[in-house]
Design a protein around this ligand. Structure first.
Ligand code: NAD
Length: 459
């Protein structure tokens, strides 16, 4: 099928590449000229395991193209994905101006032929109908320019399209894997024709033709109305964020009573009603999705006069959890002014270069405020030299250089390579042997064997 994906960030680029890989003819549109130039040269502007290789092979087969020309994309695609960002406003509300610009642009460029317009961006509940309205406004604007003020929209002159909500559940760091191995596909909309086209588009994925385990039963497809599909995305993220806040709260109690939260998580996670995922206590949730999606749902609820007490509490627990590292450092080192703290990892999770709303940023801010010197080593940030929001941090190029002269080391991101640290070497370079494991990720025995004092979260 002919597909246009508008917005080539973590979601749009992965979607475009994966749809091309399963055989569709894809054009990806972005208004960032630099990005498009890079992608046309075969370079991915984001780090996502497996993405570059797949991108190259799809470009070579002619199934994947890039452009800044929205008109060309709209003209090409029978299915048009909107995958632009919806960042949070200071009020917690989603900033939908990029979605609006794209919807208007699609309307400006519609010129015959049925299209399915797909909201893949996470958008506030009710956005499906709103996008429809903006597309029609954009279409009318353009027709009025071309045909004069006398243009009126009738059944004959009206463009043929339907809007579908198709929320995305991929996880940064395993986005390609997740796209080929989805737990479910959600399609919201009322037009059978559009829903059937979406099912046809995803059929190879539904049939698990590209899954790790193709013998599993087909991927469940949840077909529902627009608002429920939009709500599914928010509810999923709010639930997962709440689950993490829950175990973090349990960890804080464990710290006080002398229990080990990793054992507690194992014990409760084996209960099939609870499940073991998202029960890793640590320094809290972050990234570009959980914080903004939970805030947006809280905001929507308040628009409708409802106070989300449970979600408010999940956010509050998370805010406190992010700076728990500071409390632990103060407990161990007492005065932080003049101390050197080395952070292992910066990104909000491993296998991504995304620093949006990463807990590291709060930790750095607090350490700077308290007069500590902050150094950091992150496998991706140190390599790419990206230092967005990292003022006041010395970025080191490996873990040993980081260790040199530190009063404490803090594991912030659970990158696999941190399981292979040369602890004996590092223990000789640090000023003080203190390792705070903000993700309960490291091998405590190995750390202690190298002479470090190990401090975890809730253990
Ligand atoms: P992103 O910020 O990484 O990418 C957005 C892209 O859209 C950028 O490349 C930007 O240049 C482009 N863009 C903005 N305005 C444009 C315009 N008018 N025309 C063309 N391109 C335009 O965003 P993302 O992380 O990929 O997220 C996209 C959406 O998907 C958001 O709503 C997000 O909440 C949702 N989502 C994200 C994830 C994730 O893990 N990142 C997961 C699920 C859902």
């Amino acid at each position: 099928m002919k597909v246009c994906v508008i917005g080539t960030g973590y979601v749009g680029l992965v979607t475009g590449v994966c749809l091309a890989h399963i055989g569709h003819d894809v054009i990806c549109v972005d208004n960032n000229e630099e990005k498009v130039k890079l992608m046309k040269q075969g370079q991915s502007p984001i780090y996502e395991p497996g993405l570059s290789e797949l991108m190259h092979s799809c470009m070579n087969s002619g199934k994947l193209n890039f452009t800044t020309d929205l008109g060309a994309g709209v003209n090409h695609g029978e299915i048009l994905f909107i995958a632009v960002g919806t960042p949070p406003l200071p009020t917690g509300e989603s900033d939908t101006r990029y979605v609006e610009a794209v919807a208007r642009g699609i309307g400006n460029n519609l010129n015959g032929g049925y299209k399915v317009i797909v909201n893949k961006s996470t958008v506030p509940i009710g956005s499906g109908d709103w996008v429809r309205m903006i597309v029609l406004d954009g279409f009318k604007e353009k027709q009025t320019q071309v045909m004069g003020e006398g243009f009126t929209m009738t059944e004959e002159t009206s463009p043929l399209f339907d809007v579908v909500s198709n929320p995305e559940f991929l996880r940064e760091g395993s986005a390609v894997y997740d796209t080929f191995n989805p737990d479910r596909i959600v399609l919201g909309g009322s037009a059978d024709k559009a829903i059937n086209m979406m099912k046809e588009l995803y059929q190879p994925l539904i049939d698990r033709k590209f899954s790790e385990n193709s013998s599993l039963s087909p991927v469940p497809v949840v077909v529902t109305d627009l608002s429920s599909a939009e709500m599914i995305k928010y509810a999923a993220n709010a639930f997962l964020a709440t689950k993490i806040s829950f175990i973090n709260e349990v960890a804080n109690i464990c710290d006080r009573v002398g229990a080990d939260v990793t054992q507690v998580a194992k014990g409760i996670g084996l209960d099939s009603r609870i499940g073991s995922k998202f029960l890793q206590a640590g320094i809290g949730w972050g990234g570009s999705c959980f914080p903004k999606d939970v805030a947006a749902l809280i905001h929507t609820a308040s628009d409708y006069g409802y106070e989300t007490e449970l979600m408010n509490a999940a956010v509050k627990v998370n805010e406190r959890q992010r700076v728990i590292i500071i409390e632990k450092l103060q407990h161990e080192l007492k005065i932080l002014k003049g101390k050197v703290v080395g952070l292992l990892g910066l990104t909000f999770k491993p296998d991504t270069d995304d620093m949006r709303d990463a807990p590291a940023l709060n930790i750095i801010q607090e350490l700077n405020r308290l007069g500590a010197k902050v150094k950091a080593y992150d496998p991706i940030v140190s390599q790419t030299g990206l230092s967005h929001g990292l003022s006041g941090v010395i970025i080191e190029s490996n873990a040993e250089m980081l260790a040199d002269g530190c009063d404490a080391l803090v594991l912030v991101t659970d990158w696999q390579e941190f399981l292979k640290l040369d602890l004996d070497k590092m223990s000789k370079l640090v000023k003080n042997r203190l390792m705070i494991d903000g993700r309960n990720f490291l091998d405590r025995t190995a750390i202690e064997k190298s002479g470090f004092r190990y401090v975890g979260i809730g253990r």
